[in-house]
Every structure is written in structure tokens, then in C-alpha cells.
Write a new protein. Sequence first.
Length: 322
Amino acid sequence: MPEMNPPEPDWIQRATSPPAVSLAWLPALLRGAVALVMLLVNTAFWCLLLFVLAIVRLLLPWPMVRRRLDPLLNAIATRWIGGNSVWMRLTQPTTWELSGAPDLAPDRWYLVTCNHQSWADIFVLQHLMNRHIPMLKFFLKQELLYVPVMGLAWWALDFPFMRRHSEEALRRDPRKRQEDLLAARTACAKFALAPTSVMNFVEGTRFTAAKHASAGGRWQHLLPPKAGGLAMALAVLGERFEALLDVTIIYPDGVPDFTAFLCGRVPRIVVHVEQVAIPADCRRSDGVLDSPFRKRVHRWLLALWDAKDERMQASSLARDGR
């Protein structure tokens, strides 16, 4: 009797199933206009509800109120992400090539890493992971707090904002390092109240050829990873995390800017999700981020990055027919 292939995971089935209605036949610019209008309307509607609840939580800063309101805030954000998936499926004639079959669950804590190339990465991650794992909470640059509407939304959802001080600035004033550690510790302590997916673009910035050339490093398709945010999350929540989900995103036809993404000019998106066990010596729950622990996490992260770069190189060679 022939061996039957196991069914694809639900997160793959949902992302790759054809939409009931498609506007792929429209010219790209018109598709982009429709996508932009739908994105703005979707964002305005859900953010209005989000801000109302966030103000109530700000005025009544008691743990009991937070425990009641935080699930509602996350539910609103989940529905916003679902609305974005609607316009993506409606307007984008993109072929998704997905692999990896982790056993995902929305009631567990996850640590999530991903290579970073474009603003589109965030929409890709949210589209694939929404409702399959708890809502992704990103480590963000402090400057993004001032992005209209979305900056306030990220603040309301307790996204941690990091200042990204230069090494020279840290040498001049070592106290600045503590600012990021305190922000990460405070955010991660809040994440302990309910299942959360802590997402960190560990490269700290989007990959470009210029940044890659100036950074050096041993990777062909990646920038050197920074372990600070990841190590802090593990120091505070290490015992709660089910696993690390290591996501690799590849745009075989070129990395899109946000306009190209809205216009559906992304023929293919390749995504691999690897569920990785977190080493025992990289788990803590005391919130203490000392140098030996941070170094252990960094060594583990370097090994993950080596494997990710090999995966991306193999994909590149396969596309080139070599």
C-alpha cells in the first residue's frame, strides 16, 4: 500500500489556498491603490477601538484591569492583522512557497527570529502566523514610536522600544546600555501575564548590499546578529518559551519596497519555519542578564545564523540552476 503524505500544517494550507475572489487582473497601480485604501480603513477602524481601551488602561493602571484589557487589546490587533490578510489575498497574485511543519499552538509562548530585508517582512510574518501562535510582539527602534497612528498602536500593545545606541555612545556613557535592558525587562515581564510570541529581528536593521559590505561577517545573505534583546527575553521568560521559531524569508525575484508590495509586484515569497529547541543553558527566569549568559545566547544565535545562511545560499543556487 503506497505511503500517504502527511497533510500540510494549517498555517501552510491557509496561506496557500486560492482566494474566493481575486483582483489580480487589475493593473498593478490600481491594485496598489485598492490595497492602500483597504489598509488605511482597516487600520483606522481597529486602531480607534485599540486607543479607547488603551486610554482606559492608562487611567486605571491596576493589575486586575490590565489582566482584563490586555486580551481585548490583543484580540483587536489580531483582527487588524486578519483584515490585512484579506486585502493581501484579494490584491496580490503572489505564489507562496512554504516549508517547515512545526506543531504550532496559540496558547504557548514562543521566541521568534527572522532575517530582515523589507517592511514587507512584518506583513508576511503576521499573515502566516496570525491565530496559529500568540500575537507577535516586536522589538522596535525607539524612532518608530513616532510613526503616525502605528507608533501609538505599538505602544498600546506593549511592544518594547529600543534606542539602538552606537558602540561609541555606549563607551562614552555605559549607563545608556541599561536603558535598553530596562525597557526589554519591563516589556518581557508584561509578556509573562499571557501567552506571547516575542519577535526579534536580531540583525537590528534591514539587509542591504551596502550594510552587508560594511558589516563584514561570515554570512553571504545576512547581517551579524545582535543577542541583546533575545538574551533579555530568555532571561525573563526562558522557562516559559515552548521553542524558538526561526523564520527565513526569501524574495526570489528581488526584495520589494513597500510600494511594490502594495501593488502586488512580488511574484513569489519563499518562507521556511524551523522549530528549534532552546538549549537548557540559554533558559533563565530570574531576569538577570549577565555577561556569561549573554555570550551563551550569542554563540547559539551564531550557529542558527550559520544554518540560515546555508539555507538561503542553497535556495539561491537552486534558483540559478547550479
